[in-house]
Design a protein around this ligand. Structure first.
Ligand code: SF4
Length: 449
């Protein structure tokens, strides 16, 4: 539960000395409550009050990092139950489960397949985030060997899964510098695991057969100074998963219940045999707060929709999705290629650029920054007018890129044509189709002709 400015104010010295850079203690309290100031900014806080405020202001869901470097997965620190209340901040990691029953070449082949599951979408790379290695063989040497091989074959963060604590930590010791998530830490092995987790400095995947068990384990870990935890409430199917994930999120956010204030994990790979059911469960668990979703999926046609789904949920609903303002060169255009213009509303860009690619005619696609709003709304708000487009063409020196002077504008912007004819008298302004799906036909027939 976020602390309110008025609550913080009660704890401040109330001298209005201004040393924090605020005119009054009240102003400082307000800034602190909204994240605009730090406790350190006030040098006169009573140490006890400081500790109290620090604890009360800590994020309700701990921020946890698995892995290192550019590929590290950072999850947690979520603040809302529903995306429309604000936004979700750290998208869940998608993990692929690999058994140590697979031979070394097979593990390498699966890793290569996972590496291929990377897709570009409006300037973002959508990808699988983790490799989960499971000690299904029950053999310590086999598991350690597979972990050693896998940690060399990929930079992806690892989840190490073994029911045998010695095996688990022998494998973890091999790649501790990569911060693997060690799983499962349970009521049975937590005492033995605590010194190993502290020694290796790795995050702990806590597993309980019930929430009470999870609470008991996270409390023991916290008492030992271990708070880099991801919790698995042991859900056996989607219904249980939704129930458990919702309870955990509500307890952390609405009740400020610290023992459940950690990101979570779930295993659709163990819930369903059928791949489609598994993918659907993974999608539902991503919506319902799960921090790491472990699947067995490496099929492009199942993984890609999952990644797009995750991307959509974890985009900020307060900001329209945009692409960069610039001239995009599609399929290596030359001086005779058509020039089209549209807004930087991401969906417009996607559809129009996809349609141009489909037409198989190289083209320049001019994308004007309209703050992420579409053609008509941008025109009525003065962001996609004849003057604004003329300025864009000059700024990006479009005239120097082509021999012709023909500009294709979106078919829905009929009034814009007149404005542009006034602003750009040396250009022929061509009204394109109203529907982007008609662009391939339009370019094939009109441009080629
Ligand atoms: S430094 Fe502390 S005491 Fe001084 S105005 Fe700021 S909050 Fe108040």
């Amino acid at each position: 539960m976020a602390l309110k400015g008025a609550d913080i104010m009660k704890k401040l010295p109330k001298t209005n000395c201004k040393e924090c850079g605020c005119a009054t203690c009240f102003a400082f309290a307000m800034k602190l409550a909204t994240g605009g100031a730090k406790l350190d900014d006030c040098p006169y806080l009573d140490p006890e009050v400081r500790t109290e405020l620090e604890s009360a202001m800590a994020p309700p869901v701990k921020l946890v990092t698995v892995g290192t470097g550019e590929e590290a997965l950072v999850i947690g620190e979520e603040e809302v139950m529903f995306r429309h209340e604000k936004t979700f901040f750290h998208e869940p990691g998608l993990a692929v489960l690999v058994s140590d029953r697979e031979g070394e070449p097979e593990v390498e082949e699966i890793i290569a397949r996972i590496h291929e599951l990377r897709f570009e979408r409006i300037g973002h790379t959508l990808r699988v985030n983790l490799l989960a290695l499971s000690n299904e063989s029950g053999d310590r040497d086999t598991f350690v060997a597979r972990v050693g091989k896998a940690s060399k074959a990929t930079d992806l963060p690892l989840i190490l899964i073994s029911g045998d604590t010695d095996t688990l930590f022998s494998a973890a010791a091999l790649c501790a510098d990569r911060r693997p998530l060690v799983y499962p830490i349970t009521a049975e092995n937590v005492s033995a695991a605590i010194p190993k987790i502290k020694e290796l400095g790795v995050p702990a995947g806590v597993k309980g057969e019930s929430l009470d068990e999870v609470i008991s384990v996270t409390s023991q870990l916290k008492d030992a100074g271990i708070e880099q935890c991801v919790i698995d409430p042991g859900s056996k199917d989607l219904l249980e998963g939704i129930r458990d994930q919702t309870l955990i999120r509500r307890a952390a956010l609405k009740k400020g219940f610290r023992p459940l204030g950690y990101p979570t994990m779930a295993f659709p790979c163990f819930m369903y045999q059928d791949k489609f059911e598994e993918a659907l469960a993974a999608a539902a668990l991503m919506i319902r707060y799960t921090g790491i979703v472990v699947t067995s999926l490496t099929e492009k046609d199942l993984v890609f929709p999952l990644l797009v789904h995750r991307f959509n949920i974890y985009s900020d609903p307060r900001r329209p999705m945009t692409v960069e303002e610039k001239v995009y060169e599609i399929s290596h255009p030359d001086e005779n290629s058509p020039v089209l213009i549209s807004t930087n509303y991401a969906l417009d860009f996607f559809i129009v650029s996809g349609a141009i690619e489909e037409a198989n005619i190289p083209a320049f696609l001019c994308i004007k920054d309209t703050g992420g709003i579409g053609v008509l709304a941008a025109w009525t708000s003065g962001k996609f007018t004849g003057e604004a487009i003329a300025d864009f063409l000059a700024k990006f020196e479009v005239e120097s890129r082509v021999k012709h002077r023909k500009l294709i504008i979106p078919g829905v912007a009929k009034k814009l044509k007149e404005e542009l004819e006034e602003e750009l008298p040396s250009w022929e302004i061509i009204l394109g189709p109203s529907e982007a799906s008609d662009i391939p036909k339009f370019l094939s027939e009109k441009w080629k002709a």
